[in-house]
Design a protein around this ligand. Structure first.
Ligand SMILES: C[S@@+](CC[C@H](N)C(=O)[O-])C[C@H]1O[C@@H](n2cnc3c(N)ncnc32)[C@H](O)[C@@H]1O
Length: 175
């Protein structure tokens, strides 16, 4: 069975001379396939997140949520229909990642912000009930050396009793 038979194609974007196709299956598993003149390959898939490393955040999501790292939009889509969730801000450093996720415009409750997470913390005062840090491995310099700085900045944006969650705390994979 090919990926096209088990996934629905939801968006194709031309970027850097390639066609990038985003597929989604019924269980909200995403897959990005890149077609290049030399051939095609799977660029990114959320299949491995079925290991449970994102479930902690999905279960904890209540109130105003900040997600650092858009990636495939998996987390934002997973919580958007939770009645306890009141707002979802997603901060993403790379414009290309935002472009590849243009289909998320269908969900206006998901507010995507193009910024590095540190700049966002430095320039915004909004407080959150849950902050989900999922920027690894895009900016590996935060780990572990700058994790303290990031943790302090994030804690300053939590409401009283709010939760700060880091993806690596819960990952079962060792990278
Ligand atoms: C593992 S993916 C996030 C997966 C995402 N939570 C999801 O549900 O699909 C990591 C993302 O963090 C972004 N990123 C890396 N460094 C960042 C930073 N300093 N600020 C904001 N986003 C960053 C990367 O471009 C990448 O899109």
């Amino acid at each position: 069975m090919t990926s096209q038979e088990i996934y629905d194609l939801i968006q194709t974007t031309e970027l850097d001379g390639s066609d990038w196709h985003i597929f989604r299956d019924v269980e909200n598993v995403f897959l990005i396939k890149r077609d290049t003149p030399e051939g095609d390959y799977v660029y990114m898939s959320s299949q491995i997140w079925k290991n449970g490393s994102h479930d902690v955040m999905i279960e904890a999501a209540v109130g105003d949520i900040l997600i650092a790292g858009l990636g495939l939009g998996y987390d934002a889509l997973a919580i958007k229909d939770k009645p306890e969730v009141t707002s979802i801000d997603v901060v993403e450093i790379q414009q290309d990642v935002i472009t590849l996720n243009a289909h998320l415009a269908d969900f206006p409750d998901i507010n995507i912000i193009h910024s590095s997470i540190m700049s966002y913390f430095d320039t915004n005062e909004k407080l959150y009930d849950v902050i989900w840090m999922d920027i690894f491995p895009g900016d590996i310099s935060y780990f572990p050396e700058e994790k303290d700085i990031l943790t302090t900045a994030a804690n300053n944006h939590l409401k009283e009793g709010g939760k700060l969650l880091f993806w690596r705390q819960f990952a079962k994979l060792s990278l």
